[in-house]
Ligand binder design. Structure first.
Ligand SMILES: Nc1ncnc2c1ncn2[C@@H]1O[C@H](COP(=O)(O)OP(=O)(O)OP(=O)(O)O)[C@@H](O)[C@H]1O
Ligand SMILES: [Mg+2]
Length: 273
């Protein structure tokens, strides 16, 4: 991990009317790490993602990504800079195939202009071939060969989650934002997701910023964790440090629906078979 962080958030604040959805949040994401944000429902986790992907603009604070001040970057340029994301509620084109959804992901890097695309010039043909090659690599990487030409609408939920991950990887990101990658997945699918995340980090060298509720998954894949509650940061450190922090435990005790956090807090030490 190099010393300069890939992403640096400082004193972030977002206000929606009277609600401070995010307040005084600062953190750095180092190159090559898996950094996870945890916290009870409504803590402000997705809002932090929406600030990074420029869906929202902070009312105060800054986010720097590789020398770019993100709050000054127009939203459409975020993907070009190398930031990709998945959504808490999967967002895919239902009536397009898996491959078509992935090629849409790749389009952010197309340098060919309108006319060369329209006339399908050699440059446009080359770009199309490169996009397909890249998509095929991601299909192999995530084991999606069997679903390549299936319509997304007919796929089980667990496969759609992988397709969304595939689409994000097709943009060749430096930073991948995953909003609750295991939500709605069964135990086996969650296990697979943990392996994908580890492989994305180790084999593809992509830095991962994740929001996740499943503490077994969090402990297994995260290098560092930020815990938030009611928009504010509570603790930052290794998964073990954060899980045993009294402020974090108190925040979860206050959120009855999230008591699973405490039951599932044992460190995960199963090895890949
Ligand atoms: N566009 C918006 N307008 C008004 N309030 C919003 C908006 N987006 C988020 N909020 C509020 O900000 C707070 C934080 O929401 P956020 O979605 O970031 O929480 P979260 O930590 O991702 O929760 P969950 O675990 O349920 O996904 C909540 O009180 C939410 O109602
Ligand atoms: Mg959320």
């Amino acid at each position: 991990m190099s010393d300069t962080p890939l992403l640096s958030a400082r004193d972030l604040q977002v206000r929606f009317g009277g609600v401070l959805a995010v307040n005084k949040v600062s953190f750095d994401v180092g190159r090559g790490e898996v950094f996870t944000i945890i916290g009870p429902n409504g803590a402000g986790k997705t809002t932090v993602f929406n600030l990074i992907s420029r869906i929202y603009t902070p009312t105060a604070g800054t986010i720097d990504f590789e020398g770019h001040r993100l709050s000054e970057v127009p939203p459409y340029r975020v993907a070009e800079l190398g930031i990709a994301r998945t959504f808490q509620n999967i967002e895919l084109f239902e009536y397009a195939t898996v491959l078509q959804n992935m090629l849409i992901g790749h389009h952010v890097h197309r340098k060919t202009g309108f006319w060369s695309e329209l006339l399908f010039t050699p440059a446009a043909r080359r770009a199309e071939c490169e996009a397909r090659e890249e998509a095929e690599k991601v299909i192999d990487f995530l084991g999606l060969q069997h679903h390549r030409d299936s319509l997304v609408a007919g796929l089980p939920y667990g496969v759609r989650k992988v397709v969304e991950l595939a689409r994000a990887l097709c943009t060749r990101p430096k930073l991948l934002l995953l909003d609750e990658p295991s939500s709605g997945l069964n135990v086996e699918e969650t296990d697979d997701m943990a392996f994908w995340i580890q492989d994305i980090k180790h084999d593809l060298g992509i830095t991962v910023l994740m929001v996740e509720h499943d503490m077994t998954l969090v402990s297994r894949v995260s290098d560092r964790v930020l815990a938030m509650a009611q928009g504010e940061p509570l603790a930052i450190g290794t998964p073990r440090e954060v899980q045993s922090d009294p402020r974090v435990i108190e925040a979860y005790l206050g959120a009855v629906e999230d008591m699973s956090f405490l039951r599932r807090a044992e460190p995960f030490d199963r090895k890949r078979a």
